[in-house]
Design a binder for this molecule. Structure first.
Ligand code: AMP
Length: 220
C-alpha cells in the first residue's frame, strides 16, 4: 500500500475524537480529509439552500436525509483520481449510505481499504461533548474547561461551541448513533475491514495507538 492512496473510513460515536484523529491521520497518510459534518457546516455558514435544509436536522441532533448527504459527499469523493486515497470522517452513518458508497466506489475506482473504529464509552462521550470547542480558523476540536480562554492552542483562532453540542442534541445524537449508525459497523465487520482502537486516555496515546495499528496493517 502506497502512502497517499490509502482509503479509510474513520468511524465512532459523536465525541469519540474522529475530528482530532482525522487531522493527525490526514498528515501522516498524506490523504485529503473529507468530513460530512464540516461540509454541512460550510453550507450552513454560506446559508446555501442545502445548508438551510440540513440545519433543521443538525440542530436537533438528527441525521440529514440520506439522499442529501450521499450527494454532498460523493460529489467530493468522485472528483478524486480513481487511485487517490482519502479519509472519510462522519460518513457513512447509515447502512444505506455504506452500501451506496461501496457501489459507487467499486464502479468508479477502488473500494475503501479499512475502517478505523474509535471506541469510547457513552459516559465519557457526554463529558467530552459538553467541554468541546471548535476553532473557527483551523476547525480543530479542543477540550476546554469553561473558565479557560476561548483561544485555539494550535493557531490562535477564536473558539466556539457547536450549536448541536447542547444536552438535548447530544442525547439525541447518541440515540441515533446506536439505532442507525451501529449497523454500519456490522456491515464493515462482515467484510473484515474494521480495526478497533481504544479511544480513551490522552490524545497523544490515542494517536500512537492509531499509528501502531495502521503501521501493522500497512506492513502486513
Ligand atoms: P459531525 O460533525 O460529524 O458530528 O456531524 C454534525 C451533524 O451533521 C450530524 O449530527 C448530522 O446531523 C449531520 N451529518 C453529518 N454526517 C452525516 C451523515 N453521514 N449522515 C447524515 N447526517 C450527517
Amino acid at each position: 500500500m502506497i502512502m497517499g492512496s490509502v482509503r479509510l473510513v474513520l468511524f465512532g460515536p459523536p465525541g469519540a475524537g474522529k475530528g482530532t484523529q482525522a487531522l493527525y491521520l490526514r498528515d501522516y497518510l498524506n490523504v485529503p480529509h473529507i468530513s460530512s459534518g464540516d461540509l454541512f457546516r460550510y453550507h450552513l455558514q454560506q446559508k446555501t439552500p442545502l445548508g438551510i435544509q440540513a440545519s433543521e436536522y443538525i440542530n436537533k441532533g438528527l441525521l440529514v436525509p440520506d439522499n442529501v448527504t450521499i450527494e454532498i459527499v460523493l460529489d467530493k469523493l468522485l472528483d478524486l483520481h480513481p487511485t487517490d486515497g482519502f479519509l472519510l470522517d462522519g460518513f457513512p452513518r447509515t447502512e444505506y449510505q455504506a452500501r451506496i458508497l461501496s457501489e459507487k466506489l467499486t464502479t468508479k475506482s477502488k473500494d475503501i481499504d479499512k475502517v478505523i473504529y474509535i471506541d469510547v464509552p457513552i459516559t465519557e462521550l457526554v463529558r467530552r461533548l459538553s467541554n468541546r470547542y471548535i476553532c473557527s480558523d483551523c476547525q480543530a476540536p479542543l477540550q476546554l474547561n469553561p473558565s479557560e480562554p476561548k483561544i485555539c492552542s494550535l493557531c490562535g483562532g477564536e473558539l466556539y461551541q457547536r450549536s448541536d453540542d447542547n444536552t438535548d442534541s447530544v442525547n439525541t445524537r447518541l440515540d441515533v448513533y446506536q439505532r442507525e449508525t451501529i449497523p454500519v459497523l456490522d456491515f464493515y465487520r462482515s467484510q473484515d475491514l474494521v480495526i478497533t482502537i481504544d479511544g480513551t486516555g490522552p490524545i497523544d496515546c490515542i494517536n500512537k495507538r492509531v499509528q501502531r495499528h495502521i503501521e501493522t496493517w500497512l506492513t502486513q
